[in-house]
Design a protein around this ligand. Structure first.
Ligand code: GLN
Length: 469
């Protein structure tokens, strides 16, 4: 069992080959099948790839990720491999090309071991919306692993792969990271190409990494980052060396007062306030700011993301891709039945909500208004970040909950209260595990940084680790 890339590298240094390391991981996946983290293990292509990487190591031409075994969320395209977004509507669909972010990891000789379960089309906070069954939290199998990248988080927490890729539209990397005691980052919007990521809400979506330590999170983020001509929203901002280094000097940290006034778990709140006190005691400047927009964030997020989703998901019509109803006759009925039978309940709810907020007569009241508030939110956040290095908060108001415990959609949506902020504004944010546990369940601290300052965010995280681990 390898906890991180450092352990893989030391195994390589002591004579194990990538093919051996891959077999170790494959065995471990087999022994943890009940978690339902993997929808498919790419044993054949991974074994082939591992052999090639061993040959490159032997002749000294291997890339920076030689020996790293990566799992990918089932909404990231990998040529000639299936991808379904955990939806029946895409069952058995095969990718025609590889996502740019993934290609960059393969180019550095990572081996891709399989695709990981998630909420259907990345919509959910508990992985209970997958068409292929829920995922168990490896730390307590009665609990959910979080969502929507629940399989990715569970796989990393259970050491079924060294690193996993996820996507984060409203917290789908950071909340499951928090629930499983792993690291998870949502980079700045535009930092990593979205080419080859199945779209949920295109102005929010970002690919990001899960890992068991900060170094691996930083390394993989650095390799995936950078401009891509296939994604016009990807940024040309330079990518530097992201290796975390302890920052010199004292930090300026802001936290939002209102964040602690909502229904946050009492232990999480206590641990958070203790952290603030310790940071202050060490001479860091920690400022409480009032930010009276918290109540608007989740509603704003659900107006805008459902609008984008209703448009993005219109392509799944039973004609172009995947599932086609065998019970339909004629074009109209093919569309209707394929979509009715192919999509799950939550996805349908969002498509309908999105269609509603975009409809004539309601567009101005909902969609336009939410866009305007989004702009205000971004400006106000930048004002805080002009005075502070980063904004700190818990990553999630709760620890992992029991399967089936939350059935009300609104209650589920409120799980994202701390995470949607960074997607609404585009800022980068990272979840780093708190060393403490509540009844054996982990939780995390979230750091939200300035645009494209991922490097600084990793450095600050390194400092924060000293306080909480
Ligand atoms: N839980 C949120 C949602 O259901 C976030 C999802 C995500 O980030 N993909 O929309």
């Amino acid at each position: 069992m390898y906890k991180n890339f450092a352990e893989v590298k030391s195994a390589l240094a002591s004579g194990r080959r990538v093919v051996d390391i891959l077999e170790d991981y494959l065995k471990r996946i087999e022994s943890k099948k009940q978690l339902n983290a993997f929808l498919e293990v790419f044993s054949e292509s991974a074994r082939q790839r591992a052999k090639e990487v061993d040959a490159k190591i032997a002749d000294g031409t291997a890339g920076r990720l030689a020996g790293m075994i990566i799992g990918i969320k089932d909404n990231i395209c990998y040529k000639n491999h299936k991808v379904s977004a955990s939806s029946k509507i895409l069952e058995n669909f095969e990718s025609l090309y590889t996502a740019t972010a993934l290609q960059r990891l393969i180019d550095e000789d990572a081996v891709i071991i399989g695709r990981l379960n998630c909420d259907e089309f990345a919509m959910g906070s508990s992985n209970e919306n997958s068409a292929f069954g829920n995922v168990l939290n490896p730390l307590n199998e009665d609990c959910v692993p979080g969502g929507s990248s629940g399989g990715s988080a569970a796989a990393v927490a259970a050491n079924l792969c060294t690193v996993a890729l996820g996507s984060d539209t409203g917290g789908s990397i950071r909340q499951p990271a928090s629930f499983t005691g792993t690291y998870g980052i949502k980079p700045t919007y535009g930092r990593i190409s979205r080419y080859g990521l199945i779209a949920y809400a295109s102005s929010f979506d970002q690919i990001g990494a899960f890992a068991n330590d900060l170094e691996d999170t930083a390394l993989v983020t650095e390799i995936m980052a950078g401009a891509d001509e296939m994604d016009s929203t990807s940024s040309r901002e330079e990518v530097t060396d992201y290796t975390p280094v302890l920052p010199a000097g004292k930090l300026k940290i802001a936290y939002i007062k209102e964040c602690l006034e909502i229904g946050v778990n009492a232990h999480i709140k206590e641990a958070f306030l203790k952290l603030i006190e310790e940071l202050k005691a060490d001479g860091h400047e920690v400022t409480e700011v009032s930010f009276p927009y918290l109540d608007y964030m989740v509603p704003m997020y659900y107006v805008l993301t459902t609008a984008e989703a209703s448009s993005n998901l219109s392509r799944f019509d039973g004609v172009h891709y995947g599932y086609r109803s065998p019970n339909a006759q004629g074009t109209e009925e093919t569309y209707k039945k394929s979509r009715s039978e192919g999509f799950g309940a939550e996805v349908k709810r969002r498509i309908m909500t999105g269609t509603f907020v975009l409809s004539h007569g309601y567009y101005d009241a909902y969609y336009s208004k939410a866009q305007k508030v989004r702009r205000v939110l971004q400006e106000k956040t930048n004002e805080i970040l002009a005075q502070a290095d980063f904004i700190i908060s818990p990553a999630s108001p709760n620890v992992a909950f029991k399967r089936g415990a939350i059935s009300e959609p609104i209650e589920m949506y409120l799980q994202d209260i701390y995470t949607v902020h960074a997607n609404l504004t585009g800022h980068p944010a990272i979840a780093i595990p708190h060393g403490q546990k509540i009844d054996g369940l982990p939780f995390a601290v979230q750091l939200m940084g300035k645009f494209f300052k991922e490097k600084e965010l990793f450095d600050y995280s390194k400092l924060l680790e000293k306080y909480i681990q």
